[in-house]
Design a protein around this ligand. Structure first.
Ligand code: MCA
Ligand code: AMP
Length: 501
C-alpha cells in the first residue's frame, strides 16, 4: 500500500461518518466521507487541467481543509505535490517556478495576478488556479464542482515521486528534495505505531501544511489511525489553549512550548485529556523540557528529522524520554555518527550524523552533482548535524556542521542572505549568524562591512525587504569595520556569535 491515499481510502471505508477535520471555535466538521468526496472532486478538477501521473503541482495557499484535500488529490492522481511557504515573496516564488517548472500552480486568490505574470515571464507553460475563494475567476473550487470526480487511486511504486520540498543548503539556493511514495509511507507506518496513534485520538494541529512536520508527520499519523484532527490556521495562544482541552496529542516546534509556558495561567488543568506532546524541527532545550514537566506533568517526546529524511529518531513512547536527546533511530533506519571520511566513530564521540533507510529521499531535483556530494559511497546520507550516540544507541544532537539558523522551526540559510547583501554596491562584505532568542530559539543577525560610509542599518533592512520572506529578514543589523578571519581567511562566525550573542 505505497500511495498514502490508499490509507485514506481505508479510513474512509472503515469509518466514513467519523470526523476527520474539525475547525476551531465551531468552524465546522468534515467527516472522512466528506473529505473523500472533496478529494475526488479536486482530483477531477486537476485532471481537467491535464494533471496526470508525474505532473508537478506547486501550491502556495492558506491552510484549510481544501488545502489538505488538494494534497490528497494530487497524490491520488500520482502527481507530485510541491508546497511552498506562504511567507515567500514574489522574488522567491520566481525562483521556485523556474526551478520546478510546475504544470500547475495553485495560489491564494489575491496573489493570482502577480503569480500569472511570474509564470508568463518564466515561460514554463505553468497554468495558474486559485484556492480559497470560489468566486475568484481562476477558482479551482469552481472547476471541482463541474469536473467528473475521480475515486481511483493511481498505483505508485516505492520509488515514484510524491512530493518536492524545497530546502536550501550551503549554496544558498533552495533545492527540491525529491520524496517518493515509499519515503512517505514507510515513515508514516513506523510513526503511527511508535507513538501509538489510534482512532480515539484528537490531534491538535497548528503547524503549517507546507513542511514535513505539519504535512507529513502530523497528517499521516492521523490518516493512518483514522483519528480526528483539530485543524488550527496557525499558532494562536488562546485557540491552542481551547484546543488542548479537547485534544489528546499535540505536535509542535519548541516555540509552541515556550509560548504556552510564558502564559502564567497555563498549567496541568489545560492538559487534562492530553496523552502526548511531541516536539521537533529545532532543538528543545533541557530547561524547557523540565519546566514543561514541572508545570503540566508531561514529559515532551522529542524527535529528530530533516526534510530530506522525514523522521529519523525519536524518544520512546513507553520508555524513558530524556531531555536534550532525540532518542533512538526509528525501526528500519540505520544511523551512524561518523568522522569527516564517513568512518563510524566510537560511542559517545562527537561526529556527523549519517542516515540510511527507506526514508532517505531520492536526491535533489535536477541536481545530480549536489545530490552526490551529500551521500557516502555506501549509501549513507550526510545530515550536517553533529551528534553523539551512547552505548545503547541513544542519540543527542549537539550542534551543526552546516551553516544554518533555525528560527521558530523555520530554516534560514545565511548564504542566501549574504549573497543578497554582498550584491548591494554599498556593501563590501557580510556575515549572517544566528543569535539566541527567547521565543524563536534563534534569530537572524547580519554583520555588514560597508563599502559606502553613509550606509545605515535601516537601508540594509530596506534592501532585503521585498526580496526575502519575513522570517529570513535580519532582526538585527550591525555595521562593522571588518570581519574576524582565521589564518585561512575564513570568517570566524563563532567569534561573531560570542561577540553579539
Ligand atoms: C513568524 N515570524 C517569524 C517566524 N514566524 N520570524 C522568525 N522566525 C519565525 N519562525 C515573524 C512574522 O512574520 C512576524 O513579523 C513576527 O515574526 C511575529 O509573528 P508571530 O505572529 O509571533 O509569529 P507566528 O505567526 O505566531 O509564528 C511563529 C511560529 C511559526 C508559530 C513559531 O513560525 C511556526 O508555525 N513555525 C513552525 C515552522 C515549521 O513547521 N517547521 C517545520 C519544518 P512582523 O511582525 O514583522 O510581521 S520541517 C522540519 O524542520 C523537519 C523535517 C522536522 O524535523 O520537523
Ligand atoms: P529542515 O531542513 O527544515 O528539514 O530542518 C532539518 C534540521 O532541523 C535538521 O537537520 C536539524 O538541524 C534540525 N532539527 C530537527 N529536529 C531537531 C531536533 N529535535 N533537535 C535538534 N535539531 C533538530
Amino acid at each position: 500500500m505505497t500511495n498514502i491515499c490508499a490509507h485514506f481510502a481505508d479510513a474512509c471505508a472503515h469509518a466514513p461518518e467519523a470526523v476527520f477535520l474539525q475547525l476551531p471555535d465551531d468552524g465546522g466538521e468534515h467527516s472522512f466521507a466528506v473529505m473523500e468526496r472533496r478529494t475526488a472532486q479536486l482530483a477531477g478538477a486537476l485532471r481537467a487541467q491535464g494533471i496526470a501521473a508525474d505532473s508537478r503541482v506547486m501550491v502556495q495557499a492558506a491552510k484549510s481543509p481544501d488545502m489538505a484535500a488538494l494534497y490528497l488529490a494530487v497524490l491520488r492522481l500520482g502527481a507530485i505535490f510541491i508546497p511552498l511557504n506562504t511567507a515567500y515573496t514574489a522574488a522567491e516564488l520566481q525562483y521556485f517556478i523556474a526551478d520546478a517548472a510546475p504544470h500547475l500552480l495553485v495560489c491564494a486568490p489575491a496573489a493570482a495576478p502577480s503569480v500569472m505574470a511570474l509564470c508568463a515571464e518564466a515561460k514554463t507553460g505553468t497554468e495558474v488556479r486559485t484556492l480559497g475563494d470560489a468566486t475568484s475567476p481562476q477558482a479551482l473550487e469552481r472547476a471541482a464542482e463541474q469536473a467528473e470526480p475521480i475515486a481511483q487511486i493511481a498505483s505508485r511504486s516505492d520509488a515514484d515521486l510524491a512530493a518536492l520540498l524545497y530546502t536550501s543548503g550551503t549554496t544558498g539556493r533552495p533545492k527540491g528534495a525529491m520524496l517518493s511514495h515509499g519515503n512517505l509511507a514507510s515513515n508514516a507506518v513506523v510513526l503511527r505505531s511508535l507513538w501509538a496513534f489510534r482512532a480515539e485520538d484528537v490531534l491538535l494541529h497548528a503547524l503549517p501544511l507546507f513542511h514535513v512536520h505539519g504535512l507529513f508527520v502530523a497528517m499521516h499519523c492521523a490518516l493512518l489511525a483514522a483519528c480526528r484532527v483539530l485543524l488550527l490556521p496557525k499558532f494562536d495562544l488562546a485557540q491552542i489553549k481551547r484546543g488542548l482541552r479537547q485534544a489528546s496529542v499535540m505536535m509542535g516546534v519548541p516555540t509552541f512550548y515556550s509560548r504556552l509556558l510564558a502564559d502564567p495561567e497555563f498549567g496541568a488543568a489545560d492538559c487534562a485529556r492530553m496523552r502526548l506532546f511531541i516536539s521537533g524541527s529545532a532543538p528543545l532545550s533541557a530547561p524547557l523540557h523540565r519546566d514543561w514537566l514541572a508545570r503540566t506533568g508531561h514529559r515532551i517526546l522529542e524527535r529528530y528529522g530533516m526534510t530530506e529524511l522525514g523522521m529519523v529518531a525519536s524518544n520512546p513512547y513507553a520508555g524513558e524520554r530524556i531531555a536534550g536527546t532525540v532518542g533512538y533511530a526509528l525501526p528500519g533506519i540505520a544511523v551512524r555518527v561518523a568522522d569527516a571520511d564517513g568512518q563510524e566513530l566510537p560511542r559517545d564521540s562527537i561526529g556527523t550524523l549519517e542516515v540510511k533507510g527507506p526514508n532517505v529521499f531520492r536526491g535533489y531535483w535536477q541536481r545530480p552533482t549536489e545530490t552526490a556530494a551529500e551521500f557516502r559511497a555506501d549509501g549513507y546520507f550526510i545530515t550536517g548535524d553533529l551528534a553523539t550516540m551512547a552505548a545503547d544507541g541513544r542519540i543527542a544532537i549537539v550542534g551543526r556542521a552546516k551553516d544554518l539558523i533555525i528560527t521558530g522551526g523555520y530554516n534560514v540559510y545565511p548564504k542566501e542572505i549574504e549573497t543578497l547583501l554582498d550584491a548591494m554596491p554599498q556593501v563590501a562584505e557580510s556575515a549572517v549568524i544566528g543569535l539566541p532568542h527567547p521565543d524563536f530559539g534563534e534569530s537572524v543577525c547580519a554583520i555588514v562591512v560597508a563599502a559606502d560610509p553613509a550606509l545605515s542599518a535601516a537601508e540594509v533592512r530596506r534592501a532585503l525587504g521585498g526580496k526575502l520572506a519575513k522570517f529570513k529578514q535580519p532582526s538585527r543589523v550591525e555595521l562593522v569595520d571588518s570581519l574576524p578571519r582565521n589564518a585561512l581567511g575564513k570568517v570566524q562566525k563563532n567569534v561573531l556569535r560570542a561577540r553579539y550573542g
